[in-house]
Design a binder for this molecule. Structure first.
Ligand SMILES: NC(=O)c1ccc[n+]([C@@H]2O[C@H](COP(=O)([O-])OP(=O)(O)OC[C@H]3O[C@@H](n4cnc5c(N)ncnc54)[C@H](O)[C@@H]3O)[C@@H](O)[C@H]2O)c1
Length: 265
């Protein structure tokens, strides 16, 4: 029996990268898992890979910026995997720019996905999980902020702002959930740089912005600032997410946990 046997999770942005790893880890811990993403074919393939290993897993098309899309995704999670106790607010976008070159459309896109998307996730999870809601058994929300919310790294002004918002929204949501008796714990993690599609794109983009001479130098600057002296990997983020969803974390809410090898120290 896994620590999450009998639990039901929705992982946004779970088609690839950190979200896919988190979905796999939640399933390995015993949870049934729904992947929600705008990447339909990849999301379906990731869900199939999880169900091929014996877990209950499904896919639902979800654009986290869209309220109606959330309503459908939550209903599909309850109907297809049998409940809704865990939300991983993982979907996110990063568009690199120096402050001096920043574009309103890029800032708005990051606000839409990283802030509006996470807040709507909290909203729909609370509505479904609280007593009397269609899932109704309480639960846990983990949002994926970033070390970018805790340090200053050049080239990511908009991204850092939106991830700082995720951090602060986590505290407010945890306070409301506690005060209003929803039975939902709300936490976030601050991952360090992980070489996913997004992580490697960022490393290339800060080179293109003229901040570093090469991708190796950009990655080297991150490693240099990291006490554990290396980048993190997907499983290291996923393990902490699983922990925050289990009963072992039953007295933890409103917290932001660095999973960054000490970079934000
Ligand atoms: N990789 C890193 O170094 C790193 C570090 C810190 C935090 N993070 C955060 O972790 C999360 C996952 O990052 P990743 O590296 O796996 O990125 P990724 O780009 O590899 O994957 C992101 C996923 O989110 C999905 N997505 C994007 N917009 C969406 C939307 N509107 N609705 C639904 N899904 C959407 C994408 O389709 C994709 O599957 C993000 O929130 C990111 O900001 C990543």
């Amino acid at each position: 029996m896994g620590q999450l046997t009998g639990k039901h999770a929705l992982v946004t942005g779970g088609a690839r990268g950190l979200g896919a790893g988190m979905a796999e880890a939640l399933a390995a811990a015993g949870a049934s898992v729904m992947i929600g993403d705008i990447l339909v074919e990849l999301g379906q393939a990731t869900a199939k890979a999880i169900s091929d290993k014996g877990a209950k897993a499904g896919f639902v098309a979800l654009d986290v910026t869209d309220e109606a899309s959330w309503e459908k995704a939550v209903a599909a999670t309850i109907a297809e995997v049998g409940g809704f106790d865990i939300l991983i607010n993982n979907a996110g976008v990063e568009i690199t720019s120096l402050v001096i070159d920043v574009k309103p459309a890029d800032l708005r896109r990051m606000c839409e996905v990283n802030i509006v998307g996470v807040a709507l996730g909290m909203k729909h999870a609370f509505r479904a999980m609280k007593p009397g809601g269609p899932a109704g058994k309480g639960g846990a929300i983990v949002s994926i902020a970033s070390v970018a919310a805790t340090i200053a790294f050049p080239g990511i002004v908009g991204y850092s702002g939106t991830k700082s918002a995720v951090d602060r929204m986590t505290r407010v949501a945890a306070m409301e959930a506690g005060k209003l008796g929803y039975g939902v714990r709300v936490n976030c993690i601050y991952p360090g740089l992980v070489p996913t599609d997004m992580g490697m794109q960022l490393a290339g983009d800060v080179v293109a912005a003229g901040l570093f001479p090469s991708v190796e130098a950009a990655v080297g600057a991150v490693v240099e600032q990291t006490p554990l002296g290396r980048l993190g990997d997907v499983s290291e983020m996923a393990d902490v997410v699983v922990f925050l969803c289990t009963d072992a974390a039953r007295f933890i809410t409103g917290a932001g946990i660095p999973v960054d090898g000490g970079m934000g120290t």
